[in-house]
Design a protein around this ligand. Structure first.
Ligand SMILES: NC(=O)c1ccc[n+]([C@@H]2O[C@H](COP(=O)([O-])OP(=O)(O)OC[C@H]3O[C@@H](n4cnc5c(N)ncnc54)[C@H](OP(=O)(O)O)[C@@H]3O)[C@@H](O)[C@H]2O)c1
Length: 201
């Protein structure tokens, strides 16, 4: 398969890219690096990315940001960071991507455990993750030509513990190979409209 991975150079993305590259042709997209650059917050940039890659068999997004801050400090503009990047960035990847993906292709989006088990400072990030879960379930009902869409929702990955551990007291970090398998399941399996949860509660 020809697979584009937005965020394919990131902490999770580079492991997923490395694994998938053993069997598939991988195109890495990122904001500042990769085979092609794209800014998820700009749907014209998403259009340009697909124009440069040509048709693909799978679209994987392991990118998107949201503002982390105490609830009392979050401004309206702060919420729009997550809405424009992680939420609408991924929605637009599917909305635009349906015209650039082969029949039977798949979209795999990324959310996270905060949708189900938020921690302090994540009102915006948790909200956005939950919205993506609802989007995936609803969009899957209407995709045509055998297209599929799923989200991988993992807990804090072991490789990111140094950065985020203090925000997740008592959470068991998830080994990267389990997270990678969530993406493999979505791309190579037949799931559609699924939230693939990789948690260790
Ligand atoms: N790390 C975890 O434990 C964990 C757990 C569950 C869910 N998640 C979610 O998984 C996703 C990836 O996490 P990560 O830890 O791998 O992040 P990361 O190491 O910061 O990597 C993020 C990647 O996404 C790209 N990116 C960011 N904003 C972008 C934009 N607007 N347009 C295009 N590309 C963009 C970055 O490109 P540049 O470097 O060029 O900016 C980078 O390649 C995030 O949405 C995160 O919330 C992470």
């Amino acid at each position: 398969m020809k697979i584009i991975i937005i965020g394919g150079s990131g902490t999770i993305g580079r492991s997923v890219s490395e694994h998938l590259s053993r069997k598939h042709r991988i195109i890495i997209a990122g904001r500042t690096s990769g085979d092609v650059t794209v800014d998820l917050v700009d749907s014209a940039s998403i259009e340009a990315m697909f124009a440069s890659t040509g048709p693909v068999d799978a679209v994987v997004c392991i990118a998107g940001e949201a503002k982390w801050a105490p609830f009392g400090d979050l401004t309206e503009e702060d919420y729009y960071i997550g809405i424009k990047s992680k939420l609408m960035g991924q929605v637009n990847l599917v909305r635009v991507g349906v015209s650039h993906i082969s029949d039977g292709g798949s979209f795999t989006l990324t959310t996270g455990i905060l949708a189900d088990d938020p921690v302090e400072m994540t009102t915006s990030a948790a909200m956005v993750n939950g919205a993506i879960h609802s989007f995936v379930k609803a969009a899957a009902l209407e995709l045509t030509n055998g297209l599929r869409v799923n989200a991988v929702s993992s807990g804090l990955v072991k490789d990111a513990v140094d950065k985020y551990e203090t925000y997740f007291p008592g959470h068991n970090p998830i080994p990267m190979d389990k997270v990678v398998n969530g993406y493999i399941r979505s791309i190579e399996g037949k799931d559609n409209g699924q939230i693939i949860r990789i948690y260790d509660n």
